[in-house]
Design a protein around this ligand. Sequence first.
Ligand code: PEP
Ligand code: MG
Length: 313
Amino acid sequence: QRKRAWTDRFQPALTQDGHRMEVVANIARVAEAEEALKAGAEGIGLVRTEFLFLDREHAPSEDEQYESYKAMVKALNGLPMVLRTIDIGGDKPVDYLGMSERDLSFLGLRGIRIGLARPDILRTQLRAVYRAAQHGEIKLLFPMIATSNDFRRIRNISESVRQEIDGPRIELGVMIEVPSAVIMASELAKVADFFSVGTNDLTQYALAVDRTHPLLAKRADGLHPVVLRLIDMATKAAHAEGKWIGVCGGIAADTLGAQILTGLGIDELSMPPSVIPGIKEKLRKSHFSELQRLAKRALQQEDAVAVRLLPIK
Ligand code: PEP
Ligand code: MG
């Protein structure tokens, strides 16, 4: 089974009845871009750029960032790469920003809120990204967007940086990981080019369980119908505006999760490179019509345990 999945890893995830799912990789450093391609990734769905900012004394310079992003996108030989602006805070603290523990808490200045509070850091990163985008296909993704106003502000900053350096126009996407973004999904879908669902945080914020809590985290399963219903709403909102939606959180890398997300109509799944061959193989063996039925039933269950017990061929 495993051997078969590895042999066929460059085949697309095309279900038995002809529904195609895009399967891409989550990465955090240059070497992983190559690893992702070897595993059969059709691109990169999430670059966690925090790796450049953690465990050091100062923020990386524009040139250092540019060299890293350029090396990644060049390694992809024309395949697309979704690069997320820094998502510091919450489970990823950084000392040199001079921010308190409270600032950097899960409900504090996380993700894009740091960028809006410290535009110097954000603009430096955006300059590096727009320069790197001259060497391959980069799309930008913004973490912790809570309202359409957040996205409007960040889009204006991005556009002003792009004009400053005469960079290429690139797709700008919203990370769907705060429940309020789902409530505003129709508005967000009008102004964003795409959505990417971060189920790790969406689960934490929707169910009010700290994702790092030793006892609670175990109960925070992203296959909970609460999370699935939020994803369903976001998917419908995106598609109503002709926008695409991916999932880059943990449930995309879960066999049953990938099947349910396919059934919900998600366009792209992004996951660690190591699980790509197995997930593609599973989807190739599935029937889209059955996955649609599975997804519908999953939405009606009481909890994640019940979802995980649903019979599936
Ligand atoms: C998520 O929240 O699901 C996600 C993909 O982002 P991170 O795990 O980096 O917060
Ligand atoms: Mg997240």
